[in-house]
Unconditional design. Structure first.
Length: 149
C-alpha cells in the first residue's frame, strides 16, 4: 500500500508502522532481533559503575548509556516506510531519535519524509492513527500557508 502519511511508534524492542490515507490503514509490527535488556545504569544501580569504562556491567557502553543502536532493526523500519511522503515518528524514549539519526546516515529518502519526532507513551494503534491524522491536518495546513514557513 502506497500512502502519503505514516506514523511510527518505536522503542528498542519493536516498531508499529501505520500507513494510512482517508479510507485505509495498513499496520506492520517490526520486532528487533536485539536482546537488549536494561540491567541497570541508573541511579543506585551496580555500584556506581555506569560509565566507568570496562567495569560497567550490563549492556551499557563504557562511556555510559546503552550500547550502539540496533542498526538492522532501524533499517528494517526505514524500508517499511519507503515511498511514504510524510512520516511522524513517536515513542517513549531514545529509540525514536536513534531511528531519526539512522535515517540521516543511511536512509536519506526516509529522513526527508520525517516531518517530526514526538514523545508519546504507549497508545493503541487506533490512537496513533488519530494522533497522526490530527497532526498532519495541522502540518499540511501550515505547509500550504506561505506565512507559516
Amino acid at each position: 500500500m502506497t500512502t502519503y502519511h505514516a506514523i511510527v511508534w518505536i522503542d528498542r524492542r519493536e516498531a508499529h508502522v501505520l500507513m494510512f490515507d482517508r479510507e485505509h490503514v495498513e499496520s506492520q509490527r517490526i520486532k528487533s532481533r536485539s536482546h537488549h535488556v536494561a540491567t541497570g545504569g541508573h541511579a543506585g544501580s551496580h555500584g556506581m559503575k555506569h560509565g566507568r569504562g570496562p567495569s560497567a556491567s550490563g549492556h551499557h557502553s563504557g562511556s555510559g548509556g546503552h550500547d550502539n543502536a540496533d542498526e538492522t532493526f532501524y533499517h528494517s523500519v526505514a524500508q517499511a516506510l519507503v515511498g511514504v511522503h510524510e512520516v511522524l515518528v513517536t515513542g517513549p524514549a531514545e529509540a525514536k531519535s536513534e531511528f531519526r539519526a539512522h535515517c540521516q546516515r543511511h536512509d536519506k529518502a526516509v529522513d526527508k519524509a520525517i516531518v517530526d519526532v514526538v514523545t508519546c507513551d504507549h497508545p493503541s494503534d487506533p490512537q496513533l492513527v488519530a494522533m497522526a491524522r490530527k497532526y498532519f491536518l495541522k502540518y499540511d495546513q501550515r505547509a500550504a500557508d506561505p506565512s507559516q514557513r
